[in-house]
Design a protein around this ligand. Structure first.
Ligand code: PCG
Length: 262
């Protein structure tokens, strides 16, 4: 377990979390991690600086780290042949970690760079937790969500499988009233406020606050064409999201959601 390794999560701002998440999704070998694995990798990566012209990875070495380039530029070289440039938002070093082989190429910093790093030992613990354990964590959380807890076990498990993670920084819009939308959100961390346009009022009016364990965005997926309210992150926010197809298949016919009257 991660706790047994006595490694702390590393606080990071939401821009960094975004960058790491996009880098993981952008990488062919890491794109299929589930939302819990993605969240954990993001939480446990730590920052390092590497100065220009030094090697981040040496071909042939044992691989002990997975990297995401945050700032600067690097290049990948195999047998003295340039494989390509690595730019911010790219993950690299995953092959030796995933397949237990030696480094298949060298990576050299072309400028001073800032990197996010994950130790192999942490990566392995994250990967080795059984699908069942991970699913259980999310299912337990979903059981605390009003209305969703009435889903049967099988549906809950399927929802847990289909969820993805999304991050919003404090002050950012999650949903704009009036736009079309294809996403259902469950708030996993942080607070958002709901505002709505009201007749006779110039500014949208505050309707309510939502916190961990609340859901939103169901209306545009059920009876309405468009978003009926605006959702703004008050704190940094972590959401678990379902796309329209999964929503319709798994949750769409819950009476509690359909009949929800704000
Ligand atoms: P949707 O899809 O219309 O997008 C905005 C969401 O805000 C909406 O779904 C609800 O999930 C959520 N919400 C929270 N409080 C209210 C409310 O009082 N009225 C409405 N219409 N939506 C609300």
């Amino acid at each position: 377990r991660l706790q047994d390794l006595e490694i702390a999560k590393v606080e990071k701002d939401f821009r960094s979390k975004h960058l790491i998440k996009d880098a993981l999704y952008d990488n062919d070998f890491l794109a299929n991690l589930d939302s819990t694995q993605t969240r954990e990798i993001i939480d446990y990566m730590y920052p390092i600086d590497v100065i220009a012209d030094s090697y981040i990875i040496q071909q042939g070495d044992e691989g002990n780290h997975l990297y995401v380039l945050a700032e600067g530029e690097a290049e990948a070289v195999r047998d003295d042949k340039l494989l390509g440039k690595i730019t911010p938002g790219k993950a690299f070093g995953e092959l030796a970690i995933l397949y237990n082989c030696t480094r298949t190429a060298s990576v050299k910093a072309l400028t001073d760079t800032k990197l996010w790093v994950l130790d192999r030992s942490v990566f392995q613990v994250i990967m080795m937790r059984s699908g069942l354990q991970r699913q259980e964590e999310i299912v337990n959380f979903l059981r605390s969500v009003p209305d969703l807890k009435n889903l049967d076990e099988e549906k809950l498990a399927k929802v847990a499988d289909a969820l993805e993670v999304e991050y919003y920084s404090a002050g950012n819009y999650v949903i704009h009233e009036g736009e079309t939308g294809d996403t259902f959100f469950v708030l996993y961390e942080g607070q958002v406020k709901v505002t709505q346009k009201m007749p006779g009022k110039g500014e949208p009016q505050m309707v309510r606050l939502l916190e961990k364990g609340c859901y939103f965005g169901e209306k545009a997926l059920l009876q309405e064409e468009r978003r009926t309210a605006t959702i703004i992150a008050i704190t940094d926010v972590e959401c678990l999201t379902l796309d329209r197809d999964s929503f319709v298949q798994l949750i769409g016919d819950l009476r509690e959601l359909k009949e929800r009257d704000y």
